[in-house]
Design a protein around this ligand. Structure first.
Ligand code: BGC
Length: 610
């Protein structure tokens, strides 16, 4: 195994430091509050080991300089040494899950579902390296990425965070992505975190944070499979999952956390809980704390209630309900990661070489993102060879997602649930802007629906349709009575809406305006090229029938230009479906099913040469 933690000099440093620590200092290292709920003074007074930004939680004007200043203040507090406090660098964590996408002006890469269609592990390494540089530009040390969930039900609102329904494809991406982030553990490195351990993509009905009912054999074959390559590649942290397995919550699952992940698979970094994830272990928070610690979680994402958490864990140690050896094991792991990732050697964030680096949101990174967009597009239909388009033709561009950088980026972009217009996605191009840049006779439909068009005015129409942004359970498609979403990352007071995305995967029902736009133009006799922006395969039978050509663009991110690159034939199509495309409302079609039936099977994707 390639673990940077199995090194005698490093182990000696850990033991020397551990021997000097009080219980307060040890418990502090295990505690990770949200930035809105703790100050630099708290970091010093409570010896906090880590702070995070929940989705959309950002300092000041949300530009790199404000992030560096914030991190500098936390770091300095963590490094002040006196008789009560040891200098142990804080590790700051963010959700840079498709680029450092919470920060204004960042390069936003396609969400994982599109990267899966690209089927290009080497590209993953370059995306991870570029993302690491943008993270380092903000003085941050750690990202809760990559997600290596194997999504098996399109109802799940996090389907787009998954590379594929096929565990083998997800497994092939795990190592290059982790290595791209962690690099040589030096100046260019960011600590990676694979998530969510385990079975997050396998819940019944695709309910986020729900119940995964599977035999141990199936759990291993599908959901555990991507983890060994990540561990082999030296991943330093793993996040526990909100879901339960056969009725027991992963956050309290000693067999999964300690026996399988740590002992059997040999994971020697630390396990972080998900957002207040231990709260669901018991109605009594005091009990929940010992259940989480004793099951094997090492660091706790306890957004606001971190003072209670600290009190409870200390009481448990004094009562003997949590052993000192379990605390020491957790703290050893945390310190080992901090030593191995070079945090003790790094200067304060304000003085780091890459802080405020000009590569943040720069051309080099955007070029990689644009390549990823080109490679992720999947051509599902091309009647009459409508594509590729001639850049000299008179093109009408319509549809609600044609000129909306927020929609094409999806969730976890600037805000937890994403944004719904162009303004907050600084830099990059909308799909329309990308088309306009190469086709000077292209026009944007003023009403978006194509009603303002006339037969004969246009040679061809490009209609960009699909979903609006969502994240986590609020992206779930749920049916039945119990449709209340228990969401994860909400910062009290900011997020109130707790409703799922809808109750059907049929686009003609959830977004009838899309089919209508296609029909408006087809009725005028204009050939229609439809581009679908979505976080999952949707039932689009009617939209497909009404279109001449049909492209699945997933959630391409900030570089809409990559769509034009392929529509006009500067590049050929390359993407192949990493998710089976369902025929009907059955959300559960997966490669290897006994009665496999898909309208487009796994691996399908046309191109210009075939
Ligand atoms: C999500 C995690 C995320 C965390 C921190 C949780 O709600 O499940 O994937 O890393 O919030 O924002």
């Amino acid at each position: 195994m390639n673990s940077p933690l199995q090194n005698t000099a490093l182990k000696n440093r850990v033991e020397t430091l551990l021997a000097q620590m009080t219980l307060d200092q040890k418990v502090g290292q295990m505690t990770q509050p949200e930035r809105m709920a703790c100050t630099p003074e708290d970091v010093k007074n409570y010896h906090l080991g880590s702070v995070l930004s929940g989705g959309g939680s950002c300092p000041g004007d949300n530009r790199p300089a404000a992030w560096v200043d914030m991190n500098d203040a936390y770091w300095q507090a963590s490094m002040e040494a006196d008789e009560n406090h040891l200098a142990i660098p804080l590790i700051y964590g963010v959700d840079a899950i498709h680029g450092h996408s919470n920060v204004l002006g960042a390069t936003v890469f396609p969400h994982n579902i599109g990267l899966g269609a690209a089927n290009d592990p080497e590209l993953m390494r370059r995306i991870a390296q570029a993302t690491a540089r943008e993270i380092l530009a903000t003085g941050v040390d750690w990202t809760f990425a990559p997600t290596i969930a194997v999504a098996r039900n399109n109802h799940w609102g996090r389907t787009y965070e998954s590379y594929s329904e096929d565990p083998a494809l997800v497994a092939s991406y795990a190592a290059p992505f982790v290595q791209g982030l962690q690099a040589d553990y030096g100046e260019q490195s960011v600590v990676a975190c694979v998530k969510h351990w385990v079975g997050d993509g396998g819940t019944s009905n695709g309910i986020d944070q729900g119940e995964t009912t599977l035999s141990e054999e199936e759990l291993r074959a599908i959901h555990i499979k991507p983890y060994p390559p990540a561990i082999e590649a030296g991943v330093l942290t793993v996040m526990a999952s909100f879901n339960s397995w056969n009725g027991d919550k992963c956050h309290g699952h000693k067999f999964l956390l300690t026996d399988v992940l740590k002992n059997e698979l040999g994971f020697d970094g630390y396990i972080i809980s998900d957002w207040d994830g231990i709260d669901y272990l018991s109605e009594d928070y005091f009990d929940a704390v010992s259940m989480g610690v004793n099951a094997g979680i090492d660091m706790f994402m306890v957004s606001e209630d971190w003072r209670d958490f600290i009190d409870h864990i200390k009481t448990h140690v004094n009562n003997g309900t949590i052993s000192m050896s379990r605390i020491d094991d957790a703290v050893r792991r945390i310190l080992a990661v901090k030593f191995a990732s070079g945090l003790f050697e790094k200067p304060r964030p304000a003085s780091r070489a890459l802080s405020n680096d000009a590569s943040f949101g720069g051309d080099e990174h955007r070029e990689i993102a644009r390549e990823a967009v080109r490679k992720s597009l999947v051509l599902l239909k091309n009647d009459g060879k409508t594509l590729p388009l001639d850049s000299a033709s008179k093109i009408l561009v319509a549809g609600k997602n044609a000129h909306n950088r927020g929609h094409q980026c999806g969730g976890f972009t600037v805000a937890w649930q994403g944004v719904t217009d162009n303004e907050l996605i600084e830099g990059g191009t909308s799909i329309w802007e990308g088309i306009k840049a190469v086709a000077s006779n292209a026009v944007l439909s003023e009403d978006g629906l194509g009603l303002d068009s006339k037969a004969g005015d246009h040679d061809v129409a490009i209609v960009v349709i699909g979903e609006r942004p969502y994240a986590e359970g609020m992206g779930d498609v749920r049916t039945g009575n119990n449709v209340i979403v228990e969401a994860g990352s909400q910062i009290k007071g900011l997020m109130k809406i707790l409703e799922p995305y809808g109750n059907t995967l049929e686009l003609a029902q959830s977004h009838p305006e899309d089919l209508q736009t296609i029909i408006n133009l087809a009725n005028l006799g204009i050939p229609v090229v439809t581009v679908l922006v979505s976080g999952r395969p949707l039932v689009v039978t009617q939209e497909l029938d009404a279109s001449d050509s049909f492209v699945a663009a997933w959630l391409p991110g900030s570089e809409g230009q990559g769509v034009a690159d392929v529509l006009f034939g500067d590049s050929d199509f390359h993407g192949k479906l990493s998710f089976s495309w369902p025929k009907d409302a059955n959300p559960n079609v997966n490669l290897g099913d006994a009665n496999y039936e898909a309208v487009f099977p796994y691996g399908f994707g046309m191109n210009y040469s075939a």
